[in-house]
Design a protein around this ligand. Sequence first.
Ligand code: ATP
Ligand code: MG
Length: 330
Amino acid sequence: ATPLLEVEDLHLSYELRDRTVHALQGATLHVGRSEIVGIVGESGSGKSTVARAALGLLPWGVAHITGGAIRVEGADVTRFGPRQWPKLRGHPLAMVFQDPLSFLNPVVRVGRQIAEGVAKHDPGADRTRRVAELLDLVRLPAEVAQSFPHELSGGMRQRVLLAIALGCRPKLLVADEPTTALDVTTQADIIALLRDIRDTLDLSILLISHDLAVVATMCDRIYTMYGGHTVETGPTADVLRRPGHPYTYGLMQSARAVRDEHGRYATIPGQPPNLAVEFPGCPFSGRCPVEVEPCGTRFPPSARVSGAETHLAWCWRLVEQHAGDVAVTA
Ligand code: ATP
Ligand code: MG
C-alpha cells in the first residue's frame, strides 16, 4: 500500500537577512496507514521543520526546499505552493500544536470553531450533533461548546484543538509537542486519549517530542533526528533494546539518568551542530564517543541494526561492521 506520507532525503534551508540556517540536510521518514510514528531529537534537530514541510506550513519566501521529496498518498507535493497546500489541510492532513491559544480564535465560542471544520470537510453532517460527538470523542463535557478558549485549562484547549482537527476527518494527524506545555498528569491523559483515538478512528499519527519516554510509550515506530538528518529508525521496541546510532544511545542514557548533584539532568557532552554551514559528514561527529575515520567528512548510507529489516541507522561504524554483506544500502 502507498504510505500516507513519505519524506525522502529532504534538504531545506531558512534564508534569513543576515544568515542561512540549513535546518534539514537529509531528513527521511514515512508514515503508513493506522500507524503511530514518533520523531525524537534535541531542540533544533529539525523535527518541527520536517513536520511543517510535510503540511505546507513553512514560512513562504523564507524556507526553501533545496533537495529531496515529499509525497502525500503517493503524489509529489514537494513543489506545492500557497494555493495548492490548503487543499490537503484538514483532510487528509491535520495538525495539532504545542500552543493551542495561538491557533484558537479568542472571541469565537469553541463549539462554533469546531463546527467550521465540520462544515468544510463534512458538509452533509448535522453540525450540532457532530460537534457533540467530537467533544465526546476527546472526552470534554458538551457544555464546553459554549465556552471561549480563555475559560478553559491548557489540557482542555489541547482537546479542543484535537476536536477541530478530527472534525475534518484527517487520515494523518501530526502532533508537534502536544503535551510539552502541560503538567505531567494532563500529559499522560492526552497521550492516552491520542492512543484511544487512533484505535477508534483508525487514523495515523505522527507524534513529535524531544521526550523519548513520551514517544516510546505511544509509538509503533520511531525516528531519531540529529542536526537536520534522520539518523535512526525502527520499531520502537527494537530501537530501545538495541539503539544503532550513538546519538540515540545518548538520548536513552540521558532519559534514564537521574539528576546530578546540582539537580541537572544528564545531557550528552559537547555542542549541537552549527547549522550555518552545510556539513558533509555526520553532524554527531566531534561529539560522538565511537567516531571512526569517514565520520567527519562523509554522511554514511543507512545500515541494518538488528534483526528487524526496518531497523536502520545512518552510522559509519555500522556500515563498517556490515562491510561485505548486503545489508548496507546506498
Ligand atoms: P524544538 O525541539 O526546539 O522544537 P526542533 O527539532 O523542532 O526543535 P526546528 O524548529 O525544526 O527544530 O528548527 C531547526 C532549526 O531551524 C533551528 O536551528 C531553528 O532555529 C531553525 N528555524 C526553525 N524555524 C525557523 C524559521 N521560521 N526561521 C528561521 N530559522 C528557523
Ligand atoms: Mg519543534
